[in-house]
Design a protein around this ligand. Sequence first.
Ligand code: IPD
Ligand code: CA
Ligand code: CA
Length: 267
Amino acid sequence: MATRSALLNVMTKAADKAARGLKRDFGEVENLQVSRKGPADFVSAADLKAEKVLKEELQKARPGYGFLMEESEAVAASDDSGRRWIVDPLDGTSNFLHSLPHFAISIALEERGEIIAGLVYDPIKEDLFHAEKGQGAFLNDRRIRVSSRTRMTDCLIATGAPFAGKGDRPQFLGEIDAVMANTAGIRRWGAAALDLAYVAAGRFDGFWERGLSPWDYAAGLILLREAGGYVSEMNGKALTLGSPSILATNNAIHSDLMKLLRKPLSN
Ligand code: IPD
Ligand code: CA
Ligand code: CA
């Protein structure tokens, strides 16, 4: 069993504390589905509460680090570490809102533009994915690696689909058309941080999505790299935290999947 570093202990402790609240609230959401008002306000309060807990815990342990968090203003580092936390307190909000047990807390640590540690925690399945630069990627302290599948027809590919008011549907329809026809299947599970963690763990063979924000993929990025995967923009360009799209794979299928996604609508 791998020993976790002090840094990972800080991240795990914060995630654990926020997860306890999220789990409690998730139990309550089920009851609210049938209420006239529905659970929407309750869920956004749960999201904000989780972010507050994470911020407090991380700040207590590393007072000088900055923050980039989904629900609040960015804060620059106040020490000379050049480090900031990139946090999504609840990835998979729609799942949470609909009582679907597939969501996660995502915490990454960036140092002068580079992600050096990442954690994605699914509190329902108790899956804790974590990685530090140069140290490999782990699921609950067991080393994980990307899949070794090389034939597209064997591969299971995850994605994120546009929803009301978001994204380019015709473009996406062209993409899923090409991927459907050439792979073992497509999954849209609704939590990008977990999609990336699952590619890192060899559960999915690839993942693509457009229009994500840095907190959706910062932690997943290092998990994937440390598990032997490859990640770029969908056009093959180097991924940055401002990239408009992401393509993450087990490395072996990267260029094949990229080519498929370039295909125009077949009808
Ligand atoms: C969303 C999830 C989803 C992805 C969306 C994200 P949220 O994050 O990661 O899978 O398709 O683009 O915004 O809103 O649940 O934190
Ligand atoms: Ca998210
Ligand atoms: Ca979120």
